[in-house]
Design a protein around this ligand. Structure first.
Ligand code: UDP
Ligand code: MG
Length: 311
């Protein structure tokens, strides 16, 4: 069975047409399917509409979150409730065409654990959004040690193994595409053209996007914390030469204002020491940060050792 997780935030205008599109594609597969709507605190009539759809079809289920928790958490809730041996994550606004699922399912049959959809074109999105996204994914890949595929959203199919592994990551800051990349296993991509919305407008305000970006960076990189150490070393290095120059000016050139050499040396010296000190604290915090994330130390792909056999 495949579970289809649909996060919903103010989608009443386009939802019906998306659902009929999705239902049509589902009839074309041999898979049994359950569809899980996750209403993420919609302020419009999405919930009423969802309930109506669920009444008409027993394979459609819903979870109504108590308020707007954000897309990533809504999808996480859907994964928690999904029963299928495969789970498809897809936006409910029509931007991710359900027809791509056949290609993705074919890849799953080849033995992949994760098949994500990679967009080769993005319609209907502002130039600023495309530009910031492009820059951001490049930057993120530079500062993280895991490979987060570029040009992918959360549109993907994962299998039960990956879903269970994902549930072992208890972190509160969710960045699913990063977390799934972190998990490893066998992953591959299919490409698709990202369409425009069916109706309504984006629920991802720039505020929400910045928050997601910060979650992504802080969850997968300690580089910002390391910045203090790096700048400390850099300033201390420059400071050393400045101190030499100050002494040179004071004792050899004798071109100085009274009080200037001692002041300069104190400021440069203390500045360097302070940055290094902050950096040192940063190094410890980054390690604390790694530990409080409570991620599993490793995940096993395959073994022939019986996990239940005691020794
Ligand atoms: N969404 C959600 N909670 C939010 C914002 C968005 O569940 O707080 C859902 C939304 O209904 C859609 C998906 O997440 O199905 C992607 O959101 P959106 O289309 O607004 O983002 P964009 O495609 O513009 O990046
Ligand atoms: Mg969208």
């Amino acid at each position: 069975m495949i579970s289809i997780v649909l996060p919903i935030y103010n989608e009443e205008a386009g939802l019906a047409s998306f659902v009929s599109e999705l239902s049509l594609e589902l009839t074309k597969t041999s898979e049994n399917a359950e569809v899980i709507f996750v209403n993420d605190g919609s302020k419009d009539n999405s919930l009423t509409l969802i309930k109506k759809i669920c009444e008409e079809n027993k394979d459609f289920k819903y979870i109504d979150l108590s308020r707007n928790f954000g897309h990533q958490i809504a999808v996480s809730a859907g994964i928690d409730f999904a029963k299928g041996d495969k789970i498809m994550l897809i936006d409910s606004d029509g931007q991710d065409p359900p027809a791509v699922m056949h290609q993705m399912l074919a890849k799953m049959d080849e033995g992949y654990d994760v098949v994500y959809a990679q967009r080769i074109k993005r319609a209907d999105e502002s130039a600023l959004k495309k530009l910031t996204a492009k820059f951001f994914y490049k930057f993120l890949n530079k500062i993280t040690s895991i490979e987060i595929p570029v040009d992918t959203g959360d549109f993907r199919i994962i299998n039960r193994k990956v879903a269970n592994a994902l549930k072992q990551m208890p972190e509160k800051q969710r960045y699913l595409r990063g977390q799934i990349a972190w998990l490893g296993f066998k992953q591959t991509a299919v490409s698709y053209e990202r369409l425009g919305r069916n109706a309504g407008e984006t629920g991802y305000t720039y505020r929400k996007m910045i928050r997601l970006a910060l979650d992504a960076i802080t969850s997968f990189s300690n580089w910002p914390l390391r910045l203090a150490t790096l700048s400390g070393f850099f300033c201390a290095f420059i400071g050393f030469f400045l101190i030499l120059y100050t002494l040179y000016a004071r004792f050899i050139l004798k071109q100085y204002e009274p009080g200037w050499p001692s002041l300069m040396i104190t400021i440069i010296f203390l500045g360097g020491i302070q940055l290094l000190g902050i950096g040192m604290i940063g190094e410890y915090i980054s390690r604390i940060n790694d530990n409080v994330k409570n991620r599993p130390l490793y995940l096993v792909g395959e073994t022939n050792i019986d996990p239940d056999a005691s020794n």
